[in-house]
Design a protein around this ligand. Structure first.
Ligand SMILES: O=C(O)C(=O)C[C@]1(C(=O)O)C=C[C@@H](O)C=C1
Length: 391
């Protein structure tokens, strides 16, 4: 069905079944007729929903404030808080048999297409194609997003700052490897905000190409972190093949094109992008391994009802500074969800703290806690309030 064709009124049938049905309608034909009828309704409703999204876009264009229009600011089409609410509502009202998360993914794709219709969004991500950051980007924005792979985390910050991409996706922490320092440091030299987060379970596959001679494998490519995540499985199953660390899982998958004796370890997106076959799935030693990614952008996000706020605090270099900073959070009933320390370059032995807490900056207790911290420290910057990961 082409993108343009809407409101289908006819259905097509397999000629063999049409013949069978001519004599006596089989139960399969009857069921398929019901599916066809529902498909027409679903199809029309999706287009009706898309038309409403177009109306929303018109409203957003009309209501850009005069001040914004003068400074050539575009209306903000992407609304993370609304998307989080829509997806949460889908999961809450779902009664099955389709699982909550799978149903939410279907709606994720519908919204992705609706947003694309309002205004195509370019999303920069830490590439190349086929990495877990690529998978996180598609999970968060859906497949209609115009994705743009970049070589480094710094490039992602830069392109979003420059406006080449509207938003960026960067990894921030892995449940077994810890934080991604480059990403945290990126915020120290940027004014970009955190506007969302995505969590992605990391499942590794043993991938081969059509032409791979599986019985004569001599080499396996992957990113060094993925090789480490599958070390035990490789020791047991392929103790004698050479393990070659490359710059990314996407690059590992890409290399199979010209080699018949090599395999790659990478995720599902790489398998699809490079047309590879999964010889073994879920070969990671720790099946609960998860990576968290941040969405970066320019605009502040309205409350969704279930939000997180991230701040970065530059403390005075004195004993007990951290304990002092954390006190206002508990005094105002704000729960801290994570804290990371990074050197405050270029100052030797000075540190900054990245603190995540429950709640939105519009919540009175979150504002009160942050305002109470402010006089105790050299600087506090609010990196953003954003919806907690839904999917
Ligand atoms: O509600 C909006 O603001 C919309 O633009 C509609 C819609 C949707 O399809 O539901 C599309 C894009 C936004 O990111 C959020 C939601």
């Amino acid at each position: 069905m082409s993108e343009q064709s809407a409101n289908p009124q006819t259905t097509t049938q397999n000629p063999e079944e049409t013949n069978a049905a001519a004599t006596e309608q089989s139960p399969l034909t009857a069921l398929r007729e019901q599916i066809d009828a529902l498909d027409i309704q679903i199809h029309n409703m999706i287009n009706d929903r898309a038309k409403l999204a177009q109306d929303v876009a018109i409203y957003k264009k009309q209501t850009v404030s005069d001040a914004d229009a003068k400074s050539h600011k575009n209306p903000i089409f992407y609304r993370p808080e609304r998307e989080a609410q829509v997806l949460k509502a889908v999961m809450e009202r779902n009664t099955g048999p389709i699982a909550d998360d799978k149903m939410a993914r279907l709606f994720r794709e519908i919204m992705s297409v609706c947003l694309d219709l309002e205004a195509p969004q370019r999303i920069a991500f830490l590439g190349p194609i086929g990495t877990f950051t690529h998978a996180a980007t598609l999970k968060h924005f859906g497949k209609a997003a115009d994705t743009m792979p970049l070589a480094t985390i710094t490039d992602v910050f830069r392109e979003v700052e420059a406006g080449t991409a509207a938003y960026g996706v960067v990894p921030v922490e892995n449940s077994s490897e810890g934080v991604v320092n480059h990403t945290l440091d990126g915020f120290l030299s940027s004014t970009l905000k955190i506007i969302g987060e995505v969590e992605l379970p990391i499942h590794q596959n043993f991938l081969v190409a059509e032409h791979t001679k599986v019985d004569s494998l001599s080499r396996i490519y992957s990113h060094q972190q993925s090789l480490a995540q599958c070390r035990h499985w490789l020791d047991v199953n392929f103790p004698n093949i050479e393990r070659v660390a490359v710059s990314s899982n996407g690059e590992a998958a890409r290399r199979l094109k010209n080699e018949w004796h090599s395999a790659a370890i990478a995720g599902d997106v790489a398998a699809v992008e490079y047309d590879l076959h999964k010889l073994y799935e879920n070969i990671e030693d720790n099946p609960s391994n998860t990576t968290r990614f941040l969405i970066i952008g320019h605009e502040a996000v309205a409350p969704s009802g279930q939000d997180k706020t991230s701040i970065v605090v530059s403390a005075h270099d004195k004993a007990g500074a951290l304990i002092e900073i954390l006190k206002p959070l508990s005094e105002h009933g704000v729960s801290m969800t994570s804290i990371e320390t990074r050197p405050e370059r270029p100052n030797k032995w000075a540190y900054v703290f990245f603190i995540d807490m429950d709640g939105h900056i519009d919540d009175a207790n979150v504002t009160a806690a942050i305002e109470a911290i402010r006089p105790m420290v050299k600087d506090v910057r609010i990196l953003g309030s954003y919806p907690k990961a839904v999917l």
